[in-house]
Structure formats: structure tokens, C-alpha cells
Design a protein around this ligand. Structure first.
Ligand code: FAD
Length: 506
């Protein structure tokens, strides 16, 4: 199969390895009417499970657990990577939902309706209302389910960068998504669900090229091609394509290889192509989010960047503030890209830094990737020496910001009152930060209340489900910070439950 010639003369292997970059782009823009890539139904399956889940991030692990608990006799999780968790394992793990039990004591008004309205508006109304509704109405239930699975969240909520409202919940383990992945993986292990790593999806087996039920998957496991039957259904939970330079720059040419990414290198989009090979539709593929989260020196996520928006100001290399720190993510990254060297200094006081792992901050400090000083004046000296930031301008900017906080109004950029907090308690921190490709909002079209994949005629592809960043339709043009974790959990759970309830085929 891997060497099958497409009508363009380009082989599937060439498409996947990028060996024929120009040709591949042409192939993918003109989807075949009848799939030349369809994988023939094998005469004999190598293995058989009730539910096959592809991907071991939040959405895949949630789907596997729920498929098991809904009665699927056998479930398997496959993942092409050599470690579990995809982007989820390295993510910050912030989880948005209206949660009166935490928000009321903090004096925060919220509701699933407000979350719905903000998610839709924050994505310029390009999200699908029915899907956004399903997500926002089930997000709290998803949080409680994660708690049942062993994830412990902080008692207080806050506003993650670009979340637009204080409804972000952080897992206690220093706010890392790894804590969620670890808890879910433990549950998967307790249920004795096998997780097979180094096992890549290489195609989806359907009864006919573009018709009939999905029967199973073709995988390559440690260089061996296998056909795995899914007696009830397949769940695609293969994540986004932020690290797939070829695919992302096909849809958004400006996001080429010069831009760093926050994603793990295996966040690539071939599974979307395999699904399209059997007729699935995609939407919003050009809605790709940049986030101000990559360290200026290493171009990597994880080297202290995100110091939150409370008790923090964004200052450019000229020592000037240029944006409201609590703006939408597309505005933050767009304005940052217009600054000298496309970089800014995330200046925060100690109250902001305390939210983060001291161990992690120290690692970045030791490597010279961020800076700290007991006073703003001393920090100004360091920034002048390291990055030629004019100290007088820098000090004036922070002073002026603190004066606006005291006056209760950001008359320069309109940072919301609720997020307007001083930067005055030492030690002070500076993290040189730039934008990187972060999230792909588009992906497979799925039905809002069943997570079933939809084909190019708007018809359900029987027994094929998808969830998480592999799907489109929730976030529109711009994802609110903290909305992806809930998206993955809500729709991952749904996909697993409903795949398990499909009738069993022999
Ligand atoms: C650094 C970072 C921080 C983030 N922080 C937050 C946050 O605080 N809050 C928030 O809401 N969102 C956050 N996000 C976004 C969110 O974490 C992701 O959208 C989410 O983790 C995606 O989960 P997923 O299950 O869809 O995919 P992933 O977790 O990426 O898992 C997909 C898995 O599928 C596997 N796979 C892919 N293709 C194949 C194939 N062909 N065969 C087999 N396996 C395959 C991959 O190897 C991977 O393991 C963050 C993202 C990043 C990168």
C-alpha cells in the first residue's frame, strides 16, 4: 500500500515523508473523487479489538477509559511515538469551565452560557454553535470526571493567557498537562488496556473506498505492517499538526519553517489525510494559532516564558509596553510579531512567578534564558547589558503601568480591571519571549453530539469517531487559552462511550 501510485504519480510514502513536497501539496488540495488510496479489506485480520483508539493524549486516553467503562470487551490504544501523551504530556494542562464551587468564593460570575458566548466570539463566530454548546455544557462534568480519575486541581481559578475570563483550572502538579496524562494512563493500566507505542496508523480500512462502515486500521508497528480489526469502532485522537511544517504551511503559508513551535515533533497531520482518503471532511485547516510562549534564545516552549497576565507587563526591546496582556491570543502574537526582533520581555513580579515551578524557573535561570533581580533598577541593568533595552524607558514603562493600576484604569491598552495588578513586589523576573505555532483549530468534521466523523457530503462515516485537536469546529479562528483540554476530555469521553455502544461485528 505504501508504494501505491496516486493519480498524480506521487506515492503515499513520498507524501508522508515529504519527499515530493511540491507534488504532495497538489495531491492534497485536489482530493480524489474515488479514493485511489483506499486500503483493501484484508482477507484475514492480524488482530482484533472492540474499539481501536489512535493517539494517547488527553482525548485518546479519555476515549479508551470510557470505551472500557461503557462495556467494550477489548480496547487498544496505539501511538506512533515512543512515549505516551503527545502534546498533552508537555502542555500546561489549564482547563476552562464555569465552576461555581471555585469561582463564587473568588467573587467571579460565570456560566456555561457566558463560556459559550466568549468561545464563539473569541473565534470570530467560526466555531460551530452546536459543538461549542456541547463542549461548554459538558466541560464541568469533564472536570469532575478528571477529578474522579485522580487529577487534583488547584482550589482557585485564574485567567490563562488568552482565556478572556477567570475560569482556568490548573492541575496541582505545577500546572502541567503531564499530571493529567499520568492520572489517565494509570486508569488505562488499571483497566489492562494495552497502549502500544511505536505503532503508527498508516491507513483506515473501510468496506468500500468511500462507502460503508469503517472496519479497522492499518498500522506499522516496529516496521511490521498489521491490519487491526475494530469490531465496534475506531476513535481518531491523533492531535493537531502544529509541528507539520509542510501541512501547516500548505494552509497558512506564512507559518513556514522559520517559525518555532510549542508542539512535540510528532504533532503531524497524516491521520487527517488517511481519513480524507476514505471520504472524511475537514474544516478550518487554516485557523492556526500562534502563542507567545517560545523562549527567544532557544525558540522552545518550556524554557520559562509564560508568567501569567496578573502582576505582569509585556515590554518590547525599546522598553515600551505595546499590548494589553489579557488580549486574545491572535492579538498578542500579531502585535508581538510587529515588535523589534519579534520579541518582548515578560516582566513579572514575584507573585506571578510563584505560580510556576521554582525548579523549572531555576533551570531556565541557570541556562541564562531568563533573568531575575531584587529590584526593578537592577533588572533594568541586566536587560540593558543582555538585550540593549534602554533602562530609563523600561523603568518609566513599569512605573506608568503601576500608576494606571493604582488609578484603576489601563488608559493605554484597556487591560481588564480584573487583571490589572501591580508589578512592584520583588524579586522581579524577565523572560524574553516570542510567538510560535501552538494550536491547529481545524481538523476532521464531526457531529456535535456524537463525535462521529462526517464525510464530504455531510454524511456520517459509520463507526469512525474523532476527538481532540484532530477535529475542527470548536475554536473557530482563535482558541481561548484553556479551552483545548476540556475539548479533548469532553469529546474524547463521548467518542469512547459511543464507539463502545456500536454493535459487535464478527
Ligand atoms: C506546550 C503546550 C501547552 C498547552 N497548554 C494548554 C493549556 O494549558 N490548556 C489548554 O486548554 N490547552 C493547552 N494546549 C493545547 C492542548 O494541550 C492540546 O490541544 C491537547 O493536548 C491535544 O490533545 P490530543 O489528545 O488531541 O492530542 P495529543 O496530546 O497531541 O496526542 C495525539 C497523539 O496521537 C499520536 N499520533 C499522531 N498521529 C499518529 C499516527 N499516524 N499513528 C499513531 N499515533 C499518532 C501522537 O503521537 C500523539 O501522541 C497546549 C499545547 C501545547 C503544545
Amino acid at each position: 500500500m505504501a508504494g501505491t501510485k496516486h493519480s498524480s504519480g506521487v506515492t503515499r510514502r513520498e507524501i508522508l515523508t515529504g519527499a515530493a513536497v511540491v507534488g504532495a501539496a497538489a495531491v492534497m488540495t485536489s482530493l480524489p473523487l474515488s479514493s485511489a488510496e483506499a486500503i483493501p479489506v484484508p482477507q484475514k485480520w492480524d488482530q482484533s479489538f472492540d474499539v481501536v483508539v489512535v493517539g494517547s493524549g488527553y482525548s485518546g486516553l479519555a476515549a479508551a477509559i470510557e470505551a472500557h467503562d461503557a462495556g467494550a470487551g477489548s480496547v487498544v490504544v496505539i501511538d506512533k511515538a515512543v512515549i505516551v501523551g503527545g502534546n498533552s504530556a508537555t502542555a500546561s494542562g489549564g482547563y476552562n469551565c464555569a465552576d461555581a464551587a471555585r469561582q463564587k468564593p473568588q467573587g467571579i460570575e460565570d456560566s456555561p452560557e457566558l463560556h459559550y458566548q466568549q468561545t464563539l466570539a473569541g473565534g470570530d463566530f467560526r466555531g460551530e454553535p452546536a459543538k461549542v454548546r456541547f463542549y461548554t455544557e459538558h466541560a464541568l462534568d469533564g472536570l469532575h470526571w478528571l477529578e474522579k480519575m485522580g487529577v487534583v486541581f488547584e482550589p482557585k481559578v485564574y485567567t490563562i493567557v488568552g482565556a478572556l475570563h477567570p475560569r482556568s483550572h490548573d492541575p496541582i502538579n505545577n500546572g502541567r498537562g503531564g499530571a493529567i496524562v499520568a492520572a489517565l494512563k494509570k486508569q488505562v493500566d488499571q483497566r489492562k488496556i494495552p497502549v502500544r507505542l511505536n505503532c503508527a496508523l498508516t491507513g483506515i480500512v473501510r468496506q468500500e473506498a468511500l462507502a460503508g462502515e469503517v472496519l479497522g486500521v492499518q498500522v506499522k508497528e516496529r516496521n511490521k505492517v498489521l491490519h487491526i480489526q475494530a469490531k465496534r469502532g475506531v476513535v481518531l485522537a491523533t492531535g493537531g499538526f502544529g509541528a507539520d511544517v509542510r501541512l501547516r504551511s500548505k494552509y497558512a503559508p506564512q507559518y513556514d519553517d522559520k517559525l518555532p513551535t510549542t508542539n512535540v515533533p510528532w504533532a503531524t497531520g497524516e491521520s487527517l489525510i488517511f481519513a480524507q482518503d476514505i471520504g472524511a471532511d475537514v474544516s478550518g485547516m487554516d485557523y492556526i494559532q500562534l502563542l507567545v510562549a517560545c523562549n527567544y534564545f532557544t525558540k522552545k516552549y518550556g524554557d520559562l516564558a509564560n508568567l501569567g497576565i496578573d502582576h505582569a507587563v509585556f515590554v518590547n526591546l525599546e522598553g515600551e509596553r505595546y499590548v494589553a496582556e489579557d488580549a486574545r491570543r491572535d492579538i498578542l502574537s500579531g502585535r508581538t510579531m510587529a515588535q523589534p526582533e519579534k520579541v518582548f520581555l515578560w516582566i513579572a513580579d514575584d507573585r506571578a512567578a510563584k505560580r510556576y515551578s521554582l525548579e523549572r524557573i531555576k533551570m531556565s535561570l541557570d541556562k541564562g534564558l531568563c533573568f531575575t533581580a531584587p529590584t526593578l533598577e537592577e533588572l533594568a541593568k541586566i536587560l540593558e547589558e543582555k538585550l540593549k533595552v534602554p533602562p530609563a524607558a523600561f523603568l518609566d514603562t513599569v512605573k506608568h503601568y503601576n500608576e494606571m493600576v493604582a488609578a484603576g484604569k489601563d488608559s493605554d491598552f484597556n487591560k481588564k480591571d480584573i487583571n490589572l495588578k501591580t508589578v512592584e513586589q520583588g524579586p522581579f523576573w524577565a523572560s524574553p519571549t516570542q510567538a510560535g505555532v501552538h494550536h491547529t483549530m481545524g481538523g476532521l468534521c464531526t457531529k456535535a453530539d456524537t463525535a462521529q466523523v462526517i464525510d464530504r457530503n455531510g454524511v456520517i462515516v459509520p463507526r469512525l469517531y474523532a476527538a481532540g485537536e484532530a477535529t475542527g469546529g470548536v475554536h473557530g479562528t482563535n482558541r481561548l487559552g484553556g479551552n483545548a483540554t476540556g475539548d479533548c476530555i469532553v469529546f474524547g469521553r463521548l467518542a469512547g462511550q459511543l464507539a463502545a455502544r456500536e454493535s459487535v461485528r464478527s
